[in-house]
Design a protein around this ligand. Sequence first.
Ligand code: APR
Length: 314
Amino acid sequence: MRKVTVVGAGQVGSTTAMRLAERGMANVALIDTCGDLAQGKALDIAQSLPLTDSTSTVTGGGDYGLAAGSDVVVITAGFPREPGMSRSDLLGRNAAVVREVVRAIEVEAPGCVLIVVTNPLDEMTHLAWRITGWDRHRVMGMAGLLDGSRLAHFAAGELRVPPGRVKPMVLGGHGDAMLPLARFTTVDGAPLSERLPAVKLRELEDRTREGGAEVVSLLKKGSAYYAPSACVARMVTAILEDEDYEVAASVRLQGEYGIDGVFLGVPVILGRGGWSKVVELPLIPPEIECLRESSRLIKERTDELDRWLEDHSS
Ligand code: APR
């Protein structure tokens, strides 16, 4: 059976491990540096599987050796955003964690596909790619699917249709540089922009942009994990099943959309071995400009991160 490792056994990581184990398409390893947390969560998840048809095994602990030979590794290790904290505030705090995790994964699972979930997302994905130096198709961040899922939820509520009938499209960075696209979001095949007035669309887009913060402010402690884990599990499934699934993910652009050398959320085709190509939507000039502005913002932060990496090169 294939193998998926989830690093970080907190809310997002353990829920992701549970979703994957319940699907039964891979053996799951859960790793966390915090005491026996991962072992306990893995045991608890494993004890739920007799109630399912799943034949997956779930193991957990603090040893990176558990990741040996993984096909896919998901990184959720780090610190969640707290109320009032921006994703950028998390930059330095989580960079050290991601660097430690990636260095260990390079040794234990050198052939894996890496999905980064730790925030700030585009920056942490850039860091993981930079450290590994792997082919860009094997390193991606999970964000666009989550942002799109939030937009689909809000749009479906507004139109009173089941959420699965909304096919969302959200590009750009995960956070303030996000670009929800009502023109390319469809409801039963028709553009969302033709179903709702501009003022309502703006409201939905703003709420999507603040989707994570809205959950954080309600939870009071920690950040969203049900929707994020569902999105990660969907992406892992697409990879393991070699689906050629079109999904928005944070990937390193090399000339696509006229952007070079930046991790940014764009639609890609996802299957075995990672993503195969970027889908280039026919954007109009203001949309292209927003995407480029988004990439400039992220580039500033990844430049900061590259300096951080040089200063902490030991
Ligand atoms: N190696 C392994 N695990 C680590 C490390 C490390 N170096 N450092 C921290 N962790 C673990 C923590 O012990 C904790 O169990 O990462 C886990 C993070 O879990 P939570 O605090 O519950 O955070 P969670 O809500 O799961 O979010 C994780 O995903 O969506 C993003 O913004 C979110 O960056 C955050 C990440």
